[in-house]
Design a protein around this ligand. Structure first.
Ligand SMILES: NC(=O)c1ccc[n+]([C@@H]2O[C@H](COP(=O)([O-])OP(=O)(O)OC[C@H]3O[C@@H](n4cnc5c(N)ncnc54)[C@H](O)[C@@H]3O)[C@@H](O)[C@H]2O)c1
Length: 271
């Protein structure tokens, strides 16, 4: 699928993989990219990107991806300014890592993973990206209906593309019970949405990056990365955000790609 003149939404765009994806997308002369993040840094990121590009392609929207009201506002703004929105990379994500069950050494009482942390991770990492993806399907479907088009025909060319951001942790990773669950949940959503959205000519796939050099991973600390991550990684280094972004753009553009792509540098979780 030609990305030129398409309209894209990238969440988590102020940092890491989201920001790198926006930079990569900008090379393809899109009509507009909406950069979404709850961090005010999204404004500076857009300013910097637009000055690199030489014109106003990237538009900042500061807000919480879990808010339906915010999401609707972003889409009505984009639909009225640019028409249909075709591409979605919902990359906003968080971790709340700890063991699922621990025993208090002194009292011997069980200390179970906090419910509110589990809910936050599922809301941000799983439910929100799925709803941002729905909105792309809706935007393309409405635009087609307005033009008197019904079921998509292959001769029209693919109309839109979504890449959900999974993780190597979706296959199970000690200390990441909520995160792994949220990323595994995205697999079910991808497989189902791929079957439904193609009615409107929209593809949906999922990428599973390995440990990538972003603020999310840097909070683990250099020692942890050196001792627990790099030995399990064939490249013996963290992935670069731009390597993941490159794979995301490949998945958006190449319509033969369906399902999941593992971009993990051979990383495997230990027993
Ligand atoms: N870094 C890795 O090793 C790695 C590996 C696999 C998957 N991922 C996934 O890639 C995605 C991007 O991660 P990253 O490493 O770039 O992290 P990051 O922390 O650098 O960026 C995440 C961004 O999401 C934003 N965000 C978080 N919650 C939000 C909310 N409720 N509303 C709006 N914005 C919110 C943050 O402000 C931040 O700018 C995440 O989904 C993450 O799970 C990362």
């Amino acid at each position: 699928m030609e990305l030129k003149n398409k309209v894209a939404v990238v969440t988590g765009g102020a940092s890491g993989i989201g920001l790198a994806t926006c930079e990569k997308l900008a090379e393809h002369e899109l009509k507009a990219i909406a950069l979404i993040d709850r961090s005010a840094a999204v404004h500076d990121a857009c300013e910097r990107l637009n000055s690199q590009i030489g014109w106003e392609m990237v538009f900042p929207f500061a807000g919480d991806v879990t808010s339906g009201e915010f999401r609707n506002k972003v889409f009505s703004n984009l639909n009225s300014r640019f028409g249909a929105v075709h591409l979605c990379i919902p990359a906003a994500g968080i971790t709340r890592d700890r063991l699922a069950v621990r025993l208090d050494r002194e009292t011997g009482k069980p200390d179970i993973y906090p419910h509110e942390d589990f809910e936050s991770v599922i809301e941000i990492n799983m439910i929100a990206p799925i709803y941002w993806a729905f909105q792309i399907v809706a935007s393309v479907a409405q635009d087609r209906a307005r033009r008197g088009l019904g079921q998509w025909e292959p001769s029209e060319g693919v109309q839109g593309s979504i890449v959900l951001i999974g993780s190597v942790s979706s296959a199970g990773n000690k200390g990441q019970i909520s995160y792994a669950t949220s990323k595994a949940g995205l697999e079910g959503a991808q497989a189902t949405l791929a079957k439904e959205a193609i009615y409107h000519g929209v593809r949906c796939s999922i990428i599973h990056p390995g440990y990538t050099d972003t603020p999310m991973v840097r909070t683990l600390g250099d020692e942890f990365v050196k001792d627990h991550i790099l030995p399990q990684t064939q490249l013996r280094r963290l992935l670069r955000p731009e390597e993941v972004a490159d794979a995301i753009c490949f998945m958006l553009r190449n319509s033969a790609v369906s399902g999941a792509l593992w971009v993990d540098a051979g990383w495997h979780s230990t027993a």
